[in-house]
Structure formats: C-alpha cells, structure tokens
Design a protein around this ligand. Sequence first.
Ligand code: GLN
Length: 279
Amino acid sequence: MLTVKQAQQQNTQKLLPFSDTARMDVDILLGFCLDKTRVWLITWPEVALTAQQLADFMRCVERRIEGEPIAYIVGEQEFWSLPFKVNAHTLIPRPETELLVELALERKLLPDASVLDLGTGSGAIPLALKSERPLWQVKALDLSQEAVDVARANGVALSLDVDFVASDWFSMVHNETFDLIISNPPYIDPQDAHLSQGDVRFEPDSALVADEGGYGDIRRICEAAMGYLRPDGVLMFEHGFEQGEGVRSILSKNGFQGIETINDLAGLERVTLGCRVVK
Ligand code: GLN
C-alpha cells in the first residue's frame, strides 16, 4: 500500500535525474491518474492509492523517465488559458506562440474579418483567436489529417466554430481571400542540435523541421500568400529567434510592405509580419 505522500516522495526521487521539474511532473501525473487537483493532493496526503491507480501512475512515471513530454502523457496542454487536447500528431502549443495571437488581436481588422491559419496542429492559434473575436470567420489548415482531427475535436469541446481542413499549405484553398494569414510553420534547421534533446524528440518532425536551413516552408508560404490576401491584408509568422532578418528578406522579395519584426518576452525576434499594399 502506498499513500499519496509516499507516491509523491518516492517518484520525485526517481524522476530527479531525468527531469528539471520532477516534483511538478509527479503532482501533475498523480493528479491525472487519480482525477484530482493539486490542492486535493496537498489536503489528503495519507489517502492510499488503489492498485489500479498505482499501476497507472507507475506507467506514467516510466513514460516520463523515457523523456516523453508531460502534455502527451496527460493528452492536454493549456494555451491562451484554454485546454487543448494534443497527441503525437500535433506540436505541443508553446507559451511564446501566444505573442502571435496577441499581435493578431491588435490588428484593427473588420469585425467579421476573414482569417486563415496555416499548419494549425491542435488548433491552438485559430481557436484562441475565435474565442476572442467570435465574429471573425476563421479557417485553419494542416497537412496531417490526424492533426486536423485533433483540432476539430478541440473546436467542438470549446464550442468554437473554426473550419478545419486537411491541406498542403494553400492547395485546398480555392477562390478565397483573407484579411489575415497567420502561421507557426515548421522552421527548425534539420541540422539543429536541439532536435535530439528534450520534448521535441517526441513531436512530429513535419511540424518542426523545414528544409533550406529551416526557411523552406516560410519561403513557400510567402511566395503563394499574396494571391490569398485582400488589399491591406497581413501575413504574420512565428519564426526562430535568429531568423528575423531572413524572414524580412523573403517577405520583401515577395512584394510585402510595412514589414516589421516583434520581439517575444525574452527580447528575441519571434514574429515577423508583412502587408499586401495595393496602390
Ligand atoms: N518553437 C519551437 C521550438 O523551438 C518550434 C516550433 C516550430 O517549429 N514551429 O521547439
């Protein structure tokens, strides 16, 4: 028999060599297996785990020891204060991507603006936007049908009406134009050493890695996007912290104007945008 407190103590020790956040990981995983909050765990340290709860918890701890991200083990990640289901077909939404959402909301778009998200994954960006701007018409694409299924389920769970479509970038968009095109595309250089470390090892390569030193997908999107933007429409990307200059140059080569890069909270170049200006 093992109590809540004993399970916490033993498994925090076990996880310490493998995780910088061992105690927090243990509390999240234990709460998940017991279907209880963190406050409950603090309040009831002497409660004994059932055999099933213990078996579930030990399996979760083993997965964490193998390096699997917490978000995949519990199947959920918070973004923009909303809960998103995630799985191995979707990137885990990152806090820095909230900057992209903030900047989109700051644009003075029409109340019923038309918005397109490219490479949506779990649907975090378009669903966050729709939660703040219910009248926006929001469409979101992903190459992966499995990701689209996850994103749609998130839309249903949050009661937010976003049109999710499986599409290789713009291939399934016909005769439609947008006031805003937004994207957190794959942008990591295939040679980047951090691909073999930590959480990203478990995330889909197709959502992380792009050819041409990480710029391939950004270039493809920039070359096609003008044809899908309304006059004064904006194209906005998240990118790597060393890619600001490269992205500005790709946007400029493709005729975009009013190009601007915005830093994230860590002071790193993180989002770049360009406008379709019609004379
Ligand atoms: N920001 C993520 C990382 O560096 C990558 C996300 C992306 O490629 N779109 O892990």
